[in-house]
Design a protein. Structure first.
Length: 315
């Protein structure tokens, strides 16, 4: 079945002369790695085609890739491919709908399908791993470049937490090994993925000092907006704080609540075992069973989410 949908995707790519690739808002390394990695593969494979990467700012991940400037007219008779994006509202740059046909490539649960062609593999560690599988399925038609390998490797490293998360499979390691055979500086890339600014380091100290852990092993960090302003840290930079509670042995579920300028909270939820994406779905979010995102309108909803995270832990 997978070969059939991949063949269909390749046929559509071969048919269109303009291909515009999107990903989700507030991108992480996998969103950019899969998006730009696919763009690199397609440009090398079909040099006569116009291949674009589209989306909002990439913030501090510009060492991975940057976006292209695309006019509205470019979408006429164009194929749009969206990577690593579970639902349409999260697609960065809503002009994706102007394309003639939309293809969804993703590894999140397909709870909200969109597009004419959908390839979803929830067993994949990352969308970047899926893009490699697409290339590996058609090695005679598709070309892997050093830059594409760098981008896909970065996406895999980012979404597996440096191969620590349960989503890392033997196949994930095989794909990473295959990508490492290409000519790019993996040591530099790993360092870039791991580095934080001095301001984020100071904020990490605040986060650990204000970490709450209940008797069942549910933890939370609340970052008020005035604290972000005090440490001169943007919301996009707080992602490096997400793993901190999980490093504590008795913590089983945890969440990072970051207050936005408008007053609501962006929520990142993680777990070492209990399924938490069902909780995220109840609060305008979703994602993987052990890694999800949600939204809380106020502190009352923050407390409700935290209570559910505690109740999800087996007694």
């Amino acid at each position: 079945m997978r070969k059939a949908v991949l063949t269909e995707i390749l046929q559509e790519i071969q048919h269109y002369s303009t291909i515009i690739i999107h990903r989700h808002e507030r991108p992480d390394p996998d969103a950019l790695g899969s998006q730009a990695g696919l763009a690199e593969i397609l440009q090398a494979s079909f040099p006569e085609k116009s291949i674009y990467k589209v989306g909002g700012t990439v913030n501090d991940l510009d060492y991975l890739t940057t976006m292209d400037e695309v006019a509205d007219d470019d979408y006429e008779q164009a194929l749009v491919i969206v990577t690593d994006t579970a639902n349409a509202p999260r697609i960065s740059d809503k002009r994706y709908a102007l394309g003639e046909k939309v293809i969804k490539i993703d590894h999140h649960p397909n709870d909200e399908p969109y597009g004419e062609i959908v390839w979803v593999d929830t067993n994949a560690s990352s969308c970047s791993e899926m893009i490699y599988e697409f290339y590996a399925t058609f090695p005679e038609q598709l070309v892997m470049t050093d830059e594409a390998a760098r981008l896909l490797y970065g996406g895999i490293v980012g979404d597996t937490g440096r191969f620590m998360y349960p989503s890392t499979t033997p196949r994930t390691m095989e794909v990473a090994a295959a990508l490492r055979r290409f000519n790019f500086d993996a040591t530099l890339l790993n360092r870039q993925l791991d580095e934080i600014t001095e301001n984020v380091a100071w904020l990490s100290g605040y986060a650990l000092e204000h970490l709450e852990i209940d008797e069942h092993g549910a933890a939370r960090i609340i970052l008020p907006h005035h604290i972000l302003e005090k440490y001169n840290v943007d919301d996009s930079e707080t992602s490096s704080l997400i793993p901190l509670p999980g490093q504590i042995d008795r913590v089983q579920t945890w969440a990072l609540f970051v207050e936005q300028p408008e007053g609501y909270y962006r929520v990142r939820i993680r777990s070492k075992g209990p399924v938490i994406n069902t909780i995220a779905k109840e609060h305008k979010g979703g994602g993987h069973p052990l890694a999800s995102g949600a939204t809380a309108r106020d502190l009352e909803e923050v407390n409700a989410i935290y209570q559910k995270l505690s109740e999800a832990i087996p007694r």
